[in-house]
Design a protein around this ligand. Sequence first.
Ligand code: TRP
Length: 376
Amino acid sequence: MEAKDCKKKIILTGDRPTGKLHLGHYVGSLQRRVALQNSGKYDEIYILIADDQALTDNWDNPQKIRDNMIEVALDYLSVGIDPKKCHICVQSNIPALHALTFYYMNLVTTQRLSRNPTVKSEMVMRGFSNSDTNDNQAGLPAGFFTYPVSQAADITAFKATTVPAGEDQEPMIEQTREIARKFNNTYNQDILVEPEILLPENETQRRLPGTDGKAKMSKSLGNCIYLSDDAKTVKQKVMSMYTDPTHVNIADPGHVEGNMVFTYLDAFSSTEQFEKYLPEYKNLDEMKEHYRKGGLGDVKCKKFLIKVLEEMLEPIRQERAKWEANIPAVYDILKQGTQAAVDTTNKTLAEVTAAMKVNYFADDSIIQEWENWIHK
Ligand code: TRP
């Protein structure tokens, strides 16, 4: 069984349900997941809605997580994640993950955790520290501090070989590999799998800037276009998008670098769309050339971008509407996906507890062992 299992290609990836998913998630991960799902190259795919992890910095607001659970599930389904091919599962309801987290805590030092760059930067981001000096580490919730251990539990519980994720998750994967290695060495078993990260393929996928051009698209910065935004909202957001402040009059020469309209056209437009909506240019290069020279106005560019985005977003919206009209079906998908995850992770937990010799009640062979020990 082991030899065959080792060869299985298993994907685990996930999101914290702290908000609706946006275009940054779409280019950064959702599109990729759909492609991986349809590639047929993976034996199993699990997509984890990491609500426990979201609670590590939202413990006082569980309703927020509860509401965003359905938003994220609807976002997944509407972009084409197919519940027949992927298990969409809910972290809090997979008990093996909690048990594994607890055991893995023994395999990690607090020193190692405080050196985890993701924890360090998120401490600042989530308001637990206003510098990256670790000064406020004493005031960190232990759950937040140890969430890399819980993430290692997520990944190893499914024996994931592949974790598609952004660069920001690299330290998490490294920590997972260390824990898996240490477990296997300590208990002299080859149970846990060291996963590989599957990074985004290009710059746009790595980091889609927000509509304000300032930084990564992110809910806290209010610079997002959500997959669930209606056409009117998308139009408004594009119309107020950051372009080139030196491009005052249409005749002025303009810059395309750092100009969000062109950044988004780079990410989303295709040559066919020029023929369809803006035939005066053959392709994006020609359009950029004109903008640079002067004589091409922002409004015209924005109107084209709206058409490009709508071509992508409208089918997503329609798919979402179907699922929104059938919430009980979404509930069933989550319930079944979670059940599949419970079954898979319980198997790993059984192997782990056996290796750690805490599986007292798996069978009663220990009665004999205890008798021999006591009556020796
Ligand atoms: N930490 C990830 C994020 O914030 C979410 C996550 C939790 C995850 N568990 C995971 C991602 C396991 C990949 C694998 O995006």
